[in-house]
Design a protein around this ligand. Structure first.
Ligand SMILES: [Zn+2]
Length: 558
């Protein structure tokens, strides 16, 4: 910097002077003889992320850190943003993200960054990118090579983090370790109890992933092989982690007819292991189950009253996104993809499979409640964005037979969107005091050939524009809190999530009147409006509404 002041002495100047006084509420205090800043955000209405009311403040950034907050009228900076009329908030922390390996295809993660996401929490739903090993290893290595065009360069989380850091990324990334991944590596894909030796191996592997920088653990108990783990197995693995890393983020065993049993199990695991519970994308699918959402929240309230640390996350949409395989019962998926595809072809199983799939579809409503999202095979691309009802109507086909043929062509790798939730329940969950906003999505970009759920582009703007500004389910400061300080606290991420002195400079500047999600189920590749500036570690990654080529993201190791 031109003054030659070290960051330490500058911080001392600021903290000892006017900015601290302004933070304490004495508006009007001034700081003089300020050395230059890298970036100055002037005249914005700052919502600091804690839920406090907005205040007109300037924010000064240097070396990736917020070094001044207050009236910085006399400050000089290499770059000044005039934020008059705009909101200045902490960068959004996407606490349930599926970004994982997508950064290898596009390190700029446009659909996420353009909506204000500055930190992504990956390794969700029981699946982390590492460790790589066990009986599924040859298949994972082959799939990696096929998807990315080079040999998988890592085997554990440490190597993955180093690899990602060497490539660089726009936003910050951190990860949980997936307990489903650990089961695949140590036990395999079969539905059976882990042996004592396998339990020991799983606990060691979990601990190693934590030591290598994971922040906690996740489960995906509707997915194989994670679903083959019992409540006691999961509690035992969690208990083996250091207390500060016992964050248990769970895609529960059931999200429709047995969702309340699943809540009981999740609370049981948290209690038995003294873990911090995070119920992923809390919802009750299917109309008949919608009233259970209120019961679920009351159960979680009681768990909190009994001393547990409990949060949920939720994306602001009434449709979920999952694999089309989830229409099929768990027994059909036992043993992995090859066995699943064999069962689909087995004539002796057709009647039973058809009946069970139809029951799932009836629960959702009809085949019109299921929209095909991502497929891989070219001839199937024409189906993307259509409901199965629309497709079979056009082709005069039987819906079950169409789905089976599709699964076989696509090797069971098909994405679906299910319109299974209600607006009232979505609002109730999002408004709950310990609910955090999350995308549950990976990053996309126009032209990537995918058909993503609109949450990949619109989660955070939609929560603000639709659920706060229009529906008023909570105040704006509280909605911002659900995207910033709340997830930071849940993670134990102490240097992000609020706008305050010494915090990392992850910041979003948006226009409250203009912010809007534009991505829809039928036209998903649309960036949101009204977010002119996004800053990651003090560097502009969205400038004047366009994404820059900067990759200032850091791999955050817990
Ligand atoms: Zn999930």
């Amino acid at each position: 910097m031109e003054t030659g002041l070290s960051r330490r002495s500058f911080l001392t100047t600021v903290v000892g002077g006017g900015a601290a006084a302004v933070l304490a509420g004495c508006a009007g205090a001034r700081i003089t003889s300020r050395p230059g800043l890298d970036l100055l955000i002037r005249d914005g209405m700052v919502l600091d992320g804690t839920g406090s009311a907005e205040r007109r403040l300037d924010v000064g950034i240097r070396d990736g850190v917020i070094v001044a907050v207050g009236d910085l009228a006399s400050a000089t900076a290499a770059r000044t943003i005039d934020a008059k009329g705009l909101k200045v908030v902490p960068g959004f922390i996407d606490i349930h993200s599926h970004t994982d390996l997508d950064l290898l295809k596009n390190p700029f993660a446009p659909s996420k960054v353009r909506q204000g996401v500055t930190t992504e929490v990956t390794g969700q739903d029981g699946e982390s990118v590492a460790p790589v090993g066990g009986p599924g290893m040859p298949e994972s290595l082959r799939a990696f090579q096929e998807s990315y065009g080079f040999e998988c360069p890592y085997r554990d989380m440490d190597q993955f983090f180093s690899f990602l850091a060497s490539q660089g990324c726009t936003q910050n990334v951190l990860s949980l370790v997936g307990l489903g991944t650990l089961r695949a590596v140590t036990v395999g894909f079969d539905d059976r109890t882990a042996t004592q030796a396998e339990m020991t191996a799983m606990k060691e592997a979990a601990l190693r992933a934590i030591e290598q920088g994971c922040w906690g653990a996740s489960t995906g108990l509707e997915y194989t092989p994670g679903s083959f783990a019992s409540e006691s197995e999961l509690a035992e693995v969690m208990r083996g982690l250091p207390v500060e890393h016992r964050l248990y983020a769970t895609h529960m065993r059931n999200e429709d007819n047995r969702v309340l049993d699943a809540i009981t199990e999740a609370i049981g695991i948290a209690r038995a292991s003294q873990a911090r519970l995070q119920v992923s994308h809390l919802k009750a699918q299917n109309k008949v189950n919608w009233p259970k959402q209120e019961t679920a929240l009351r159960m979680l309230d009681e768990a909190i009253a009994s001393g547990l640390d409990v949060h949920v996350d939720r994306y602001p949409y009434v449709a979920f996104n999952t694999g089309l395989t989830n229409l099929f019962p768990l027994w059909a998926r036992d043993g992995g993809t090859e066995k699943f595809l064999e069962r689909l072809k087995d004539p002796s199983l057709v009647a039973r499979l058809r009946a069970e799939v139809q029951r799932k579809v009836d629960g959702l409503g009809s085949w019109d409640s299921i929209l095909l999202s991502s497929v891989k095979v070219d001839e199937d691309k024409k189906y993307q964005g259509n409901t199965i009802q629309q497709i079979v109507h056009d082709e005069s086909a039987d819906p079950y037979e169409f789905v089976v043929a599709l699964q076989l062509r696509e090797k069971a790798d098909v994405g679906m969107v299910g319109f299974g939730m209600d607006e009232a329940g979505t609002e109730m969950v999002l408004a709950w005091k310990n609910a955090m906003v999350a995308s549950d999505a990976g990053p996309h970009f126009p032209g990537d050939g995918s058909w993503p759920h609109p949450r990949s582009y619109g989660t955070f703007p939609r929560a603000i524009a639709h659920y706060q500004r229009t529906r008023k389910i909570t105040t704006l400061p509280d909605m911002i809190r659900k995207m910033t300080s709340l997830p930071a606290e849940k993670l134990g991420l102490k240097t992000r999530g609020t706008i305050a002195l010494n915090m990392a400079a992850d910041i979003v500047v948006f226009d409250y009147d203009l912010i809007n999600d534009r991505s829809t189920f039928t036209d998903p590749h649309q960036f949101a409006d009204g977010i002119p500036f996004v800053i990651v570690n003090g560097v502009l990654v969205v400038d004047g509404g366009s994404q820059t080529t900067a990759k200032p993201g850091m791999i955050l190791r817990g």
